[in-house]
Design a protein around this ligand. Structure first.
Ligand SMILES: Cc1ncc(COP(=O)(O)O)c(C=O)c1O
Length: 459
């Protein structure tokens, strides 16, 4: 019989513990080098970087931060701070930070019930991400023509509604705003969900109310290329708890957003397979600050745009872009339509020669994903597998759905997208800059057009 030695008595029975203490001392998982990588990305000088390194080296970071939104012992994580800033900025009950505007749109479409056999009406001018998010939600986008505001034409929208339509996605284009009164009226009459795409017009308003708060859900991109934002980020806002829950489930299907991630569904439609579109703590740290800057940024753009528009003269051969709400638009572009492409080319060239940053696309230019007919990943009707869903999905076909896309579907957009002249404005222009730019535009228009005091005014 083997002898039982005293030291083998189990700790449970009062014996010695096998592991008394751990000698290996951990270093922070996310420590100085990572912090320095961020500082370097900001472009600080070598001297500043040395000082930053010395300052953080003095800190004892213990096990170090993990930069996680969930399972954090912080009272409020950066993502939560960003979402609180969003609720306060937009005056909404629920906000969800995501890793892109496209993710926000996908989550929103799934939340409102877009799926196989369903159509969503999207604008002919906007950005491909809106229609692409419809397709990733297994729905079919139907493009709606624009009017002279370059935004969705409410009359055209109503004509496109079919029994398969479940939602409309008005996109506020390049600092402008849709006619939300008309769109909401039609959408409500036909019981359609409204997903506002505000990626290009964060902070704009229509008749005193911020865009993103009219529809059932408002989606924003908070990326480096937008009015406010850094890196890649997205935001979804809504007043409706159930929609916020479904969007959260799509965006964080691990269920960490739920009070008890493993609990049975609390109501029908709460649980389904989603993905991981979580916003990161680093991104949220930046975006919470960026979002607080939004009102001041928008104010500056509006001041610049108003100063310039007030000085502009009217001419017979050009038409200013129709503004659905001159007070509410952010206005980082000043836009107008020359009568012909040839005239437009001359005006754009002359403006640039005067030092005014102006641009016109013109016909035959390279493809552009801001206009429906160039959105090839959608218009080709292809899908990652051979079955051809959602375009050829039995649910869609059996419901009478059939779609093909091509230039000519939205003739107003075809024409105006090529012909619009865009003058880029900068929020930091001084009063003198504004004067010089307005005078430059007047000078060029006077050279190519006929003064017409009775023509449509700029403002
Ligand atoms: C109108 C519109 N919607 C959605 C997006 C997509 O946003 P993100 O790039 O953050 O995915 C963009 C981006 O340019 C956009 O302009």
């Amino acid at each position: 019989m083997p002898e039982r030695r005293q030291e083998q008595k189990l700790a449970l029975q009062g014996g010695l513990k096998a592991v008394g203490r751990i000698e290996g001392k951990g270093r922070p998982k996310v420590g100085i080098e990572e912090f320095m990588a961020v500082a370097r990305r900001f472009g600080f000088s070598p001297t500043a970087l040395r000082k930053v390194r010395a300052a953080i080296a003095e800190e004892d970071m213990g096990g170090g931060p993990f930069l996680a939104n969930y399972y954090s012992d912080l009272k409020e994580t950066c993502v939560q701070r960003f979402e609180r800033a969003a609720r306060e900025t937009f005056g909404v009950r629920h906000a969800l930070g995501l890793n892109s505007g496209t993710a926000a749109l996908h989550a929103a479409f799934v939340a409102v019930g877009v799926g196989p056999g369903k159509e969503v009406i999207c604008p002919a001018i906007g950005f491909m991400a809106t229609a692409a998010a419809v397709v990733t939600a297994r729905g079919v986008p139907v493009f709606c023509d624009v009017d002279e505001s370059l935004h969705m034409d409410p009359a055209a929208f109503e004509e496109l509604i079919t029994p398969r339509t479940v939602a409309v996605a008005p996109t506020h284009v390049m600092g402008g705003v849709c006619d939300m009164r008309a769109i909401m009226r039609i959408a409500r009459r036909h019981k359609l969900a409204v997903v506002e795409d505000c990626a290009q017009s964060s902070g704009a308003s229509f008749r005193g109310r911020l865009v993103g708060t009219f529809g059932d859900v408002g989606c924003f991109s908070i990326s480096a290329y937008k009015i406010v934002g850094a890196g890649e980020g997205g935001l979804l806002v809504t007043d409706r708890k159930r929609l916020w829950e479904r969007a959260s489930q799509l965006a964080e299907c691990g269920g960490l957003w739920r009070p008890d991630r493993f609990a049975a569904p609390r109501h029908e439609g709460e649980l389904f397979a989603g993905t991981n579109y979580r916003m990161t703590e680093l991104e949220a740290a930046m975006d919470a600050v960026q979002l607080r800057k939004l009102p001041a940024v928008v104010r500056r753009f509006r001041t610049v745009r108003t100063r310039i528009l007030k000085r502009l003269r009217t001419y017979a051969e050009i038409t200013p872009q129709k503004l659905n709400d001159p007070e509410g638009e952010v206005g980082y572009l000043l836009r107008f339509f020359p009568e012909t492409l040839e005239l437009g080319r001359q005006i754009a060239q002359a403006l640039n020669a005067e030092g005014v940053n102006a641009w016109m696309r013109s016909e035959g230019a390279s493809p552009d994903w801001h206009q429906y007919s160039y959105m090839y990943p959608i218009t080709l009707g292809e899908s990652p597998t051979g079955e051809g869903c959602p375009f050829g999905c039995p649910h869609y076909v059996r419901a009478g759905g059939k779609i093909e896309y091509g230039r000519g579907d939205c003739p107003v957009a075809d024409d105006l997208f090529d012909r619009v002249i865009s003058v880029h404005l900068n929020q930091w222009y001084t009063a003198a800059d504004c004067r010089h730019i307005a005078d430059g535009v007047n000078k060029v228009l006077a050279a190519y057009c006929t003064r017409d005091r009775g023509a449509a005014p700029w403002l």
